[in-house]
Design a protein around this ligand. Structure first.
Ligand code: DPP
Ligand code: ZN
Length: 877
């Protein structure tokens, strides 16, 4: 595979103004007739450039240029990956006919079949698996699409835009023609054909236009669309109110597909979703799934402006649409529920998984400088760190200027394919702020480390904070420059009061703010706070105002104090996390002598009794830091010791707080109707956390409550809460019985079966390697379905860490086998699943040698895909 570099970007030599597509869909394949209206790009320096079209896995049948059929070898050359026509006029019409086999497409890129339905996935480079085309996002065209298929098996025929013509054809076939008036890159093309039912609704936009909304699903899922429809309408309203963005077509469609590599796809007017990210009902989906669906529906909808109307010039700019859109969906979710809880969830993902990526062999900047296979760059760095970068711009500019900036961006670049730099420039022009140094966030990889120290001078009444920043080396990047970092903080007095922050002694205490955003631009800064009569407790990096690692020598007293006094809810939670991490880490290091700090127990006791604090926050605070996070924080982590110690701490907490947990459980039992409001979600979360903890004590209290909950639950959150608690307990018989009953009850529902697989694969009790092997042989497992693969293999390697890191190396070797097997059918999935092995350098020598061996075995596989090649080779470098 070759390396593609940002520095080698050239504008396209040819532009396509219009694409006229005709699809003839059959059981044994599909014929695609594509007619392109092409002209030379006046901005290209290459006046006599040949026409180069991308193609992959196509059978070429015919090429016609301005009515004349072209001859292979004479007029054009077809290599595996391109169709090249050496001599073309300045303007012409080109028709290309190709034959493809959707029914044999296991890569799920381009046009493929999923449970009898034809569907597409074109981002990033799937359109070239449908027809020859300049498959790059800076070639934007108007599409007209005619789909012909058997009327009985494919009554529903969908594509982008508006439905302009339909009719019957001979032989029981029919057609529908779609026209999309907005020019778009090929990655936003979509087609669906199948036997689907629809849920219909309408939305009236701010200017009074009525939009037809439709969600298409297989008939058995008809009752699972309401939540997605409600989420869609809330998203449409929110984007009008918060960003001034109105929907532009007359119809907006969503289709649910069972076999899908990603979560969902924002194709213009026709979003295609992985079933697990759109279908929900009280009986089958957990609260977490409901929330996830709301945010993904919003995310894809928001792309209509941030991604579709304004798109990316090239794939190095992927974060232009993804970082911005994740920022938008996360603000939306915060507005729909609890902003503090949403922030905690986002930061947890960032610190656990994105920081790990940023410290590993695939570390790359938010705007990468090179790639081999772009599908490997749909990463946490592009999405989540990219969103943090946009959030920092929002923090630096404030909400009004940020909105001015986004208005300018959409207005200036509507209908264009642009760069992250254009985005920052719009923010600068609208606000008058200089973001030159800030742009380093896009170019430099690695997580900055902020080391903070403080001194209190009682004579002067001055508290000084010294903040130093350093950015670690990452592959290909050393000696990095300091970045521009917004650092929010407050100072607390002995009673927990928020102290005025006076940066100069003449500042008036009454008018000084109690929270400030300091701007760090140098390797080291010292800030002085005046007029303080006592040494304050600092509340640092509030709301996680920048994606950095923060190092400060907190004492456990300070952390306990912040847990109950910090006015910033996020930092309360963070103080609790730091305290728990500190306790667990010191126990891991002391190997054996288990003396668990009573302050941790008392802090949790206080939390369990606190009825005034937002209960959703309490529920989050009761979650101990995950194994994955503890591993991320450690150098040469001993996975088994971390796992064992965390369990010991949990069981000690449970035993010490038994009565409080039982009370908490009963207090939060729901009596009324099931609802997905922040309050009732918090109650269920608290109840199920209490239940999981109670099952750590082997006195049967937890077991009996769990069995009763399983019998009586009227919703999946409670069922799953009880099942998970039992599965992770020592009650082996109850575990097997509960798993068997659950499967018996839900076996016909693929989304629930996926949850059933994950609950086992993530458990060290039910997910040891032989049990995982058995799950792969289970009748419900399907090697062609990415969700099933992820819910067993992905969850085992990513969440069942003690089993995966078995010191005998069996977990690594197992993963290598599965990755090699999957590489032949679905390289994108294979390249994603291999990620846990790529972190080999982080682990102690005994582990890392075995991980490396597994990676080398994958490297030596015959016919390695480009996807897997890039990940494996880069991680072995
Ligand atoms: N469909 C993926 C997303 O929305 C890639 N664009 O993030
Ligand atoms: Zn996206």
């Amino acid at each position: 595979p070759t390396t593609i570099r940002l520095s080698e970007y050239k504008v396209p030599a040819h532009l396509v103004d219009a694409v006229d597509l005709r699809f003839e869909l059959f059981d044994n394949g599909a014929r695609v007739h594509s007619t392109l209206t092409v002209r030379r790009n006046p901005e290209s320096a290459e006046e006599f450039a040949p026409l180069e079209l991308d193609g992959d896995s196509l059978k070429l049948e015919q090429v016609i240029l301005d009515g004349r059929e072209l001859m292979a070898g004479n007029d054009y050359d077809e290599t595996g990956a391109q169709l090249v026509i050496a001599r073309v006029p300045a303007q012409f019409e080109l028709t290309v006919v190709t034959w493809i086999e959707p029914q044999n497409n296991t890569r799920l890129e381009g046009l493929y079949k999923s449970s009898g339905m034809f569907c597409t996935q074109c981002e990033a480079e799937g359109f070239r698996c449908i027809t020859y085309f300049p498959d790059r996002p800076d070639v934007m065209a108007r599409y007209r699409t005619r789909i012909e298929a058997d009327k009985a098996s494919c009554p529903v025929l969908l594509s982008n835009g508006n439905d302009v013509d339909r009719g019957d054809l001979e032989g029981g076939r029919h057609f529908v023609t779609w026209e999309d008036p907005f020019p778009k890159p090929s990655y936003l093309f979509a087609l669906v054909a199948g036997d689907l039912v629809e849920k219909q609704d309408t939305f009236t936009t701010c200017s009074g236009r009525e939009i037809d909304l439709r969600i298409f699903v297989e008939p058995r899922n008809a009752a699972k669309c309401q939540h997605a429809m409600d989420s869609l309408k809330r998203s449409m309203r929110w984007d009008e109110e918060v960003y001034g963005r109105e929907y532009d077509l007359d119809i907006f469609m969503i289709v649910a597909v069972d076999d899908f590599n990603m979560g969902a796809m924002e194709n213009k007017g026709l979003n295609i979703f992985n079933s697990s990210c759109v279908l929900a009902s009280q009986e089958t989906a957990t609260d977490l799934a409901f929330q996830r669906i709301e945010s993904i529906v919003a995310h894809e909808y928001f792309h209509n402006w941030s991604g579709n109307r304004v798109t990316c010039r090239d794939w190095f700019q992927l974060s232009l649409k993804e970082g911005f859109t994740v920022f938008r969906d996360s603000t939306f979710s915060a507005d729909m529920g609890s902003p503090t809880v949403k922030r905690i969830e986002d930061v947890t993902l960032l610190r656990t998984a994105q920081f790990a990526e940023d410290a590993g062999p695939m570390a790359h900047p938010v705007r990468p400088a090179s790639y081999m296979e772009i599908s490997n760059f749909y990463t946490l760095t592009i999405y989540e760190k990219g969103a943090e970068v946009v959030r920092m711009i929002h923090t630096l500019l404030g909400p009004e200027l940020f909105r001015k900036g986004s208005d300018l961006y959409f207005e200036r670049h509507d209908g264009q394919a642009v760069t992250t730099d254009d985005f920052v420039k719009a923010m600068e022009d609208a606000s008058g702020r200089d973001l030159t140094q800030f742009r380093l966030w896009y170019d430099q990889a690695g997580t900055p480390v902020l080391t903070v120290s403080d001194v209190y001078d009682s004579e002067r009444g001055v508290y000084s904070l010294k903040i130093q920043q350093a950015i670690p080396d990452t592959p290909g990047q050393t000696n990095k420059k300091p970045q521009h970092i917004p650092f929010a903080l407050g100072l607390l007095g002995a009673e927990g009061e928020a102290l005025p922050l006076r940066l100069v002694s003449t500042e008036d205490a009454a008018s000084a703010p109690t929270e400030r955003v300091l701007e760090l631009t140098k390797a080291s800064h010292t800030f002085e706070f005046h007029g303080l009569t006592q040494k304050p407790v600092p509340s640092l990096l509030r709301h996680f105002s920048a994606p950095v690692r923060l190092v400060y020598p907190w004492s456990r007293e300070q952390l306990v104090f912040l847990m109950s006094h910090d006015p910033d809810g996020f930092n309360r939670w963070d103080a609790g996390q730091r305290l728990a991490v500190d306790v667990i880490q010191s126990l891991v290091d002391s190997s054996g002598t288990v003396d668990i700090d009573s302050r941790l127990v008392e802090a949790y006791r206080t939390l369990l009794a606190d009825r005034t604090l937002d209960q959703a926050l309490v529920a989050k605070m009761l979650h101990l830091p995950s194994e994955a996070y503890l591993i991320e924080l450690a150098d040469s982590p001993d996975v088994a010791a971390i796992h064992r110690t965390r369990e010991q701490v949990l069981s000690h907490l449970a035993t010490s707080l038994r009565d409080e947990l039982v009370a908490c459980y009963h207090r939060n039992m729901d009596d009324g109707e099931y609802e997905v409001t922040p309050e009732s979600v918090a109650r269920r979360s608290l109840k199920n956390t209490a239940l999981a903890w109670l099952l750590m004590i082997n006195d049967n209290t937890g077991r009996d409550l769990a069995l009763q909950q399983l019998r009586e639950a009227d919703n999946m959150t409670d069922r799953m809460g009880a099942l998970r608690a039992l599965v992770n307990s020592d009650y082996a018989e109850e575990r097997s019985q509960a798993l068997a009953d659950f499967y018996e009850h839900f076996q016909s529902d693929p989304q629930v079966v996926e949850q059933w697989f994950s609950v086992q694969a993530s458990s060290d009790r039910a997910g040891q390697l032989p049990q995982i092997q058995a799950l792969l042989k289970h009748p419900a497992f399907d090697w062609k379905n990415p969700n099933k693969i992820r819910s067993v293999i992905g969850v085992f390697a990513g969440q069942n860490l003690a089993a995966f890191h078995n010191p005998d190396g069996s977990g690594y070797s197992f993963l290598a086998d599965q990755v090699c097997r999957l590489d032949d059918s679905n390289p994108q999935i294979a390249a994603r699943l291999v990620a846990p092995l790529t972190r080999w350098k982080k682990f102690a020598p005994a582990y890392s040698a075995l991980m490396r061996t597994a990676l080398e075995r994958i490297r030596n596989k015959a016919e390695l895909s480009a996807d897997l090649y890039e990940v494996v080779h880069k991680s072995l470098e």
